[in-house]
Design a binder for this molecule. Sequence first.
Ligand code: PSU
Ligand code: MN
Length: 303
Amino acid sequence: MNKYLEVSSEVKAALEAGKPVVALESTIISHGMPYPQNVETALLVERTIRDNGAVPATVAIIGGRLKAGLSEAEIEYLGKKGRGVAKASRRDLPVLVAKGMDGATTVTTTMIIAAMAGIRVFATGGIGGVHRGAETTMDISADLEELAQTPVMVICAGAKSILDLGLTLEYLETKGVPVIGYGTEELPAFYTRRSGFKVDYRLDSPEELAAAFRAKLEMGLRGGMLVTNPIPEEYSMDPEVIGAAIDKAVREAKEQGIHGKETTPFLLARIKDITGGDSLASNIQLVLNNARLAARTAAALSR
Ligand code: PSU
Ligand code: MN
C-alpha cells in the first residue's frame, strides 16, 4: 500500500476478510447534484450497498490523502463545498497530493484509488466519454483511458447523450474495453433505457458479470470492464423531453465557450435546471439501482 493511500478501518477489515466492497465516486456528490440532495443520495447509496451485502467505500482526496471509505462528516463536507472542491482527474493527483488539497474523484480517479486499495467493483451514475463535436475540440474524457488500463469493473447507467455515444463505443472498442449490457442488448442512455446503439454482450446476472471480470483478471488482460445497467422503467424519462433539454444545454455550452473540465459539470447543472428537477429524481434512482447490482456483483466476485 502506498503512503498516500488511506483506507478506512471498516473497508480495510472487509478487504482483508475477502468480503465484498464497492467503491463510489465523489464528483457525483460535489459536481453532479445540488446540496443537500447530493449528501442525502450519497448516504442512501451507501446504505443500499450495505443492505445488499457489501461494504461501501466512497472515494475522495481530503487534505492530500487518497481516501477509500469516508465518514458521514466527510461526505457532508464535500457535499456542502460542492463545486468549490476541485474536480480531480488523473492529471490532478500529483499537485493535489503534494499540496495537501481536497479533490472530488471522477470515474478515472475513483478507479485509480480503488485499484490501489484492492477494490474491484465500482458503482456510479454515468461515465464521461467522447463529447459531441470532439472531431474539432478533442474533448474525450480521461474515463475512457482509465477503463483501458485499470482493473476495476464500473457499473453505470450508460452515458448521457451530452456525449456522442457512437464515438464513445468506437473508442472503447479500440481500447479493448468490454461493454456489457445488464439484461439488455442496447446501450442505455442514462435517463432512458435505449440509445439505438448495441453493446458488445448482454449478461443477465451478477454471477455472469463476476465470471467475465474474473476471466479478464486471470488472463492478465489490462484494464476494466464497463457494465451498463438500464434505469428502471418506472423512473425513465420521456426521450423527447430529455433530448430537447440536452440539446439546449449543449448549445448553451458552445455559445458560452465552456470548455475543458467545466464542460460536463456545466451540462449536468443546466439539464437539471431546464427539466425543473425531474432529471434529478431519475438520476438518484438509477444510482441506487447501480449500487444494488454492484453490491451483488462484488458478493459474487468474492465467492
Ligand atoms: N456524467 C454524468 N454524471 C457525472 C459525471 C459524468 O452523467 O457525475 C462526472 C463523473 O465523475 C465522470 C466525470 O467521471 O463527470 C467526467 O468528466 P469529464 O467529462 O470532464 O471527463
Ligand atoms: Mn473533457
